[in-house]
Write a protein of this length. Structure first.
Length: 138
């Protein structure tokens, strides 16, 4: 049986190695604990210096981010800063830190997709439509 998976990859050119590692740790903890949406947000806020409204739907698969933030805002005292994404889209940065003065005012993101074909326990990374076995794709 062949299963096709498409992963959306979010790349931020301004991310420091520290933030990259923090996000890797968060994603690993979320996988290990099989965390639900609110718990994924809690894990991110506790372990990442700041999170952006642009990346939360992609990194944590959150679809109701504003409602989740609102639910945690009073309980945790979440700080918020308004920012601009990709020179045109307005959004927010959230953090448990009181001061967000060190957080950039603008962010640039690039989205790309990676397609993986899983056959049994083997994973094949496909770079194009000509991936071996693509004729079995739905």
């Amino acid at each position: 049986m062949t299963i096709w998976r498409i992963n959306t990859v979010l790349q931020n050119g301004t991310k420091s190695p520290r933030l990259r590692q923090q996000w890797q740790d968060v994603l690993e903890e979320c996988r290990q604990t099989e965390a639900g949406p609110e718990e994924r947000l809690r894990i991110a806020l506790l372990n990442v210096d700041y999170v952006t409204s642009f990346e939360l739907p992609f990194r944590l698969l959150l679809t109701r981010t504003p409602q989740l933030i609102a639910a945690l805002r009073e309980e945790w005292g979440i700080s918020q800063k308004n920012v601009v994404f990709n020179d045109k889209r307005f959004g927010c940065v959230y953090s448990l830190k009181a001061s967000l003065s060190g957080v950039p005012d603008t962010f640039r993101y690039h989205l790309s997709h990676r397609i993986r074909r899983v056959v049994g326990n083997e994973t094949h990374h496909c770079q194009s439509a000509g991936c071996p076995g693509s004729e079995s794709a739905p």
